[in-house]
Design a binder for this molecule. Structure first.
Ligand SMILES: NC(=O)C1=CN([C@@H]2O[C@H](COP(=O)(O)OP(=O)(O)OC[C@H]3O[C@@H](n4cnc5c(N)ncnc54)[C@H](OP(=O)(O)O)[C@@H]3O)[C@@H](O)[C@H]2O)C=CC1
Ligand SMILES: O=C(CO)COP(=O)(O)O
Length: 340
């Protein structure tokens, strides 16, 4: 039987995931709040605002009727920014079927209570199968057909297989992982370091410096994640290293572009306005800085970036302090295991 899929959020990632599912034979309802955007897609067959030049499959039905999109859906994919996640989910809940699975595509953290999106799902729809998707997935590259790998994480093997079968195609490879928290945390945290990398690029860093920054970012994010109970090994997979590499090197990443703009001398407000799209890392930086302070986790890159982005400290001064002040152990999990 043909699956019914709902994707809530008509931005760049929601649109490409919806289109892949439609191309794979599902009936896909792509919900967006904007009437103007809906009319544009109905007229042109393209989401010109978010993914121009990407023709949408005829099985993809754009809509702004949330109830109609969700009713009878086998899977609901949540593709709105984290700040809108809870509100949109609450609106969807009365229309969910008893068996409907929910999968988050969102890479952010709710500030109140430091909740990841899977935790919001667990809180609000505890009886439904839930999962997350994360990985090196620049939406615009997926739209161009570049070979891409993603990770679906869920504690339900059935849901992992269902999403794998739904979305796998010649250019989109789906890998699976049971570590929901680690996969999701990696996707949220790397946005912070993408901002740092964009900033360093604007300041003229060399390739040695880029390698240093990315490797120390990985050390810092896995240290934080391990403290919160995630499996640090998840961070060497696609959702960790993979996503860190792509967002720390590509100007297609919106977080990287925020960093670039700040490195060029714009303030945060100007950088965000110029971007005009979602850059989750700006808020994630705030939330993670507060959590790291609370838990006393050593995160010098987060602390330095926070000072520049949110406290207007001078970027050159902080950049110098950062690398000079860092602790000198390379792979600290080795030291931990040797009890040094
Ligand atoms: N783009 C990418 O390459 C990837 C993005 N992600 C993650 O996916 C999530 C969504 O990002 P992305 O698609 O890129 O974002 P975009 O900025 O491209 O689009 C955001 C979408 O969410 C909608 N939206 C925003 N606020 C609300 C709200 N309160 N109620 C309803 N709809 C709302 C916007 O509608 P409107 O246009 O009306 O404002 C728009 O359709 C983020 O967490 C991001 O980190 C994950 C992997 C890849
Ligand atoms: O998460 C992404 C790629 O995997 C998208 O990154 P940005 O949100 O920085 O564009």
């Amino acid at each position: 039987m043909t699956q019914k899929i709902a994707v809530l959020g008509g931005g760049s990632f929601g649109t490409v995931v919806a289109n892949i599912a439609a191309t794979r034979g599902a009936d896909v309802h792509l919900w967006m709040r904007s009437e103007k955007q809906l009319q544009d897609i109905l007229e042109t067959g393209i989401n010109t605002r978010y993914v121009p030049k990407y023709p949408l499959h005829e099985r993809l039905i754009p809509t702004n009727d949330l109830a109609g999109a969700v009713v009878g859906a086998d899977i609901v994919f949540m593709a709105v920014p984290s700040k809108a996640f809870r509100v949109v989910l609450n609106d969807a809940i009365p229309h969910l079927g008893a068996e409907t699975a929910l999968v988050s595509l969102t890479k952010g953290i709710e500030p109140e209570g430091f909740r990841l999106m899977s935790e919001v799902l667990e809180e609000l729809v505890p009886d439904h199968p839930i999962g997350v998707i994360s990985g090196p997935n620049l939406a615009k590259e997926i739209a161009q057909g570049h070979l891409t790998g993603t990770v679906v994480a869920s504690q339900s093997p059935e849901l992992r297989n269902q999403v794998h079968d739904l979305l796998s195609d010649r250019s989109f490879r789906v890998y699976t992982n049971p570590d929901v928290y680690g996969v999701e945390l990696a996707g949220a945290l790397k946005n912070i370091y993408a901002i740092a990398s964009g900033m360093a690029a604007a300041l003229g860093m060399g390739e040695n410096t880029r390698a240093l920054l990315m490797t120390r970012s990985l050390a810092e994010m896995s240290r934080f994640a391990a403290r919160l109970g995630a499996n640090p090994l998840t961070f060497i997979g696609l959702a960790g290293v993979g996503d860190l590499v792509v967002t720390c090197t590509s100007p297609l990443s919106r977080n990287y572009r925020i960093g670039q703009a700040i490195g060029q001398g714009y303030n945060l407000k100007q950088a965000v306005k110029q971007l005009g799209e979602t850059a989750e890392g700006v808020n994630t930086l705030k939330v993670v800085k507060a959590k790291a302070d609370e838990l006393e986790v050593y995160m010098p890159l987060v602390a330095g970036l926070y000072a520049v982005v949110h406290e207007n400290e001078d970027v050159d001064v902080i950049a110098q302090q950062l690398m000079l002040g860092e602790r000198a152990s390379d792979v600290e999990f080795i030291f931990d295991s040797e009890n040094c």
